[in-house]
Design a protein around this ligand. Structure first.
Ligand code: GAL
Length: 416
């Protein structure tokens, strides 16, 4: 009897021990569309499988502006979530406030420095310490097209230049369908704008004008051509676009109401969730003129300093899970992005993802890899917000001349 009770005690201790280190993680994110929600549910499943409690803190509103506002109020009131979807230069701003947890123990144990491209690892660190875990690599300079709509309109080849695009858009319009599905938030306007800037001006112009915010580039003849092209795209959207959520614009392409959408490959998550197959139901192609370039958008979760040891353990497990091979595969298959962890097998991914993975590597070597301004990868949030507003004012008000649009955007870019 004594032996049995010793065994029972040992088992009880082990169970108690594991229960003690299980904790709750409250995670703030803005992944609320069909494809996004399916993706984040995979992280929840993995964390629950490790015995932790997942508290979902989802804030609707694609692009993350609403989530950023809610996060600020939570941190200011001294009640931050365990983790929040924060990326790019905003990571440095949050870290400089002294509120982010140091993830070096996990990063060292999991060998993150060997598993990440340096350009990504550097964004996740503040003064050399990891403070955020990267989730994926989204490509932003995509053009999505519905194959049946192009056929109906007599468009026989995917447009590679802006002249070819406008010729195709004209055919779709004549066929009585909406050429460009677009939603009316400033981050969506800027997503289209940056692809036009990249396609018309090339990566050198993109880096000078939109990353360095060089006034000469921002007021150059190239910038005039960019705004002329950008306005011409606007002419092929529908009157109900203002205020539309991005995933409802994607749904218009999925449901054969519209031909094209300029959007990052989180849109592919919507096609996948709708059971659509690339190459058959729809086409993924580089936005016109951007075939040799890649605007990257890396989602990441920054972790906040917490007092409770169980919550800290859960945070460490969350960070390790995010960079783990299981999550990196299943999340990105649903999200439309590609794994950020190097040397992952792409066997289960579709041709769009395989093209993205190949181009990510080749553009990193060629200089065609550029950060997405629209998605918070490139410049300080204050300047990004000011430029986005100036671009959206130009997009929304046809009475603003191209010359005034150039002036307004250059002025906004000078915001300190
Ligand atoms: C981006 C984010 C993507 C996607 C998109 C639409 O900023 O990085 O993961 O969610 O917004 O909400």
């Amino acid at each position: 009897m004594l032996k049995l009770s010793k065994l029972a005690t040992a088992v009880a201790l082990v169970v108690a021990g594991s229960a003690a280190v299980a904790g709750e993680v409250e995670v703030l994110h803005y992944w609320t569309s069909g494809g996004e929600a399916k993706s984040v549910a995979e992280l929840k499943k993995i964390m629950q499988g490790k015995g932790h409690t997942w508290k979902d803190f989802a804030v609707a509103g694609g692009g993350g502006d609403n989530a950023a506002t809610v996060l600020k109020s939570r941190v200011v009131s001294g009640n931050p979530p365990a983790a929040a979807q924060i990326k790019g230069p905003a990571i440095q701003e949050w870290a400089s406030e002294g509120v982010l947890a140091n993830l070096d123990a996990t990063a060292k144990a999991e060998k993150w420095d060997d598993l990440l491209p340096k350009v990504v690892a550097d964004v996740m660190k503040y003064k050399g310490n990891y403070v955020a875990a990267p989730v994926n690599v989204h490509r932003v300079n995509w053009m999505w097209a519905n194959s049946a709509v192009l056929k109906k309109a007599g468009v026989t080849a995917t447009p590679k230049t802006w002249d070819e695009f406008f010729a195709a858009a004209e055919k779709v319009k004549k066929a009585g369908l909406i050429p460009v599905a677009h939603g009316g938030q400033n981050w969506q306007d800027f997503t289209t704008f940056e692809s036009v800037a990249l396609g018309v001006g090339g990566t050198k112009f993109y880096n000078e004008a939109l990353i360095k915010l060089d006034q000469k580039a921002l007021t150059s003849p190239t910038m005039i051509k960019v705004l002329e092209t950008f306005r011409k795209v606007k002419g092929y959207t529908d009157a109900a676009a203002p205020g539309r959520d991005w995933n409802l614009a994607t749904a218009m392409v999925i449901q054969e109401k519209a031909a094209f959408q300029f959007m990052g490959d989180w849109a592919k998550g919507e096609f996948s969730a709708a059971g659509k197959v690339p190459g058959k139901d729809y086409i993924c192609a580089a936005a016109p003129g951007t075939g040799n370039a890649y605007t990257f958008n890396v989602d990441s979760f920054a972790m906040f300093k917490l007092k409770d040891s169980g919550a800290q353990k859960a945070q460490a497990d969350l960070a390790a899970s995010i960079m783990g091979t299981e999550f990196q595969e299943v999340f990105n298959l649903n999200k439309g992005s590609i794994p950020v962890r190097l040397n992952m097998s792409m066997d289960k991914f579709d041709d769009c993802a395989k093209t993205s993975a190949k181009d990510f590597v080749s553009t990193a070597k060629s200089g065609g890899l550029v950060p997405s301004v629209a998605h918070g990868m490139a410049i300080k949030p204050a300047a990004e917000g000011a430029i986005k507003d100036a671009v959206s004012q130009f997009w929304n008000d046809d009475k603003i001349s191209v010359a005034d649009g150039v002036k307004n955007i250059a002025k906004a870019a000078a915001t300190k």
